[in-house]
Write a new protein. Structure first.
Length: 352
């Protein structure tokens, strides 16, 4: 039997109109019902109401665009993390995957390795190789969790250390620069006022939205996250769903690595682990349940914008970095509180 970190619950035929497979919560508090899947929007509105008197320039066009541009790579990460959280798991390997994919892709493009074939210097092939590497790493995580029954926390934490150490070992701790100018120009090109990373993030959000709402794979993701045993008995390929969910997360982490590399114009063997907390926080603020079985792609977009908005506004106020961390932590804690209340209301409904 496949083990997951999500609690077993009684099967239910009823689903809400918000997402496929989500258990209907008919008796929850009206405030909790109104916030379900809209926590990110609520947080943005409340935060703007509180911060605007002290930082009116935040409403300027330039600052709004800065918030959106800064949110793009984080949204890609958060959408990947959402699929794993939906399954009742977690992926802590984000910083390691970003570092390794960034280093390997940049090494191929800049011909750092004499043994590498000439065709590996083709940017499109190097990018494809980076995405494939991320997906394979994620699939290995899913295999370890679903087939070997190892805890996702332990598997991905170990992977983070292994991959991060490998990135430092490959480069001896040095950054890789001198990326091709045409490639950087293409990556930083703007369309309708937004750079290409924003359009990539928007496209990925639309894909995630369609997958979660309109596809059989999305229904399986919700079913496994709610009750893996019941999903298995109903004929759901639980092992494949877990592996594919982690592979999606790995591919998203790899894509984010490429976006960060293009933005910084250099590949770094180290990456701050704080980005993992931001990605998880964006997902939770957006209505993704830490216990699995509930998620919203649109909610994750709102949660990501909330995280980016907080960072941008507090920077404008010239506050220290630890003030930003405190603000993020407070909002994430508030979102987790609402998530716990929703789960308690759902459990009470099932008992009744």
């Amino acid at each position: 039997m496949v083990r997951t970190s999500s609690p077993l619950t009684a099967p239910s035929r009823h689903t809400s109109s918000h997402t496929p497979g989500q258990i209907e919560q008919r008796s929850e508090h009206p405030l909790l019902a109104a916030l379900r899947g809209r926590t990110g929007v609520f947080c943005i509105a409340l935060y703007l109401l509180c911060i605007y008197p002290f930082c009116p320039e935040l409403a300027s066009t330039g600052q709004v665009l800065a918030v959106v541009h800064n949110a793009a790579p984080l949204l890609v990460l958060a959408l990947g993390q959402t699929f794993v959280l939906l399954l009742g798991g977690i992926d802590l390997s984000v910083s390691g995957v970003i570092a390794l994919v960034s280093i390997i892709s940049a090494s191929f493009i800049t011909r750092q390795w004499a043994w590498a074939p000439a065709w590996t210097a083709e940017p499109s092939l190097s990018i494809a190789a980076g995405l494939l590497l991320g997906a394979v790493i994620g699939a290995v995580h899913g295999f370890a969790v679903s087939v070997l029954s190892l805890p996702a926390f332990l598997v991905t934490m170990s992977s983070m250390m292994i991959l991060g150490g490998a990135a430092v070992w490959i480069t001896h701790g040095e950054r890789i620069g001198d990326l091709p100018i045409p490639l950087l120009d293409a990556a930083q090109r703007h369309y309708f006022g937004l750079d290409i990373s924003v359009w990539i993030a928007i496209s990925l959000a639309l894909v995630a939205l369609i997958v979660l709402r309109r596809t059989l794979w999305g229904q399986w993701l919700f079913a496994v996250g709610q009750n893996a045993r019941a999903a298995y008995l109903a004929g759901c390929p639980v092992t494949w769903v877990l592996i594919s969910g982690f592979a999606w997360c790995g591919a998203c982490s790899a894509l984010a690595a490429l976006l960060y590399t293009a933005r910084m114009e250099t590949a770094s063997p180290t990456f701050p682990g704080e980005i993992l907390l931001d990605a998880i926080g964006a997902a939770v603020i957006g209505g993704t349940s830490l216990s699995g079985g509930a998620a919203s792609a649109l909610g994750v977009v709102g949660g990501t914008l909330a995280i980016s908005l907080m960072a941008q506004s507090l920077t404008l106020l010239n506050l220290a970095h630890w003030h930003v961390l405190m603000a993020k932590g407070s909002v994430i804690l508030l979102a987790a509180f609402f998530d716990a209340r929703r789960r308690a209301a759902s459990a009470a409904e099932l008992r009744s």
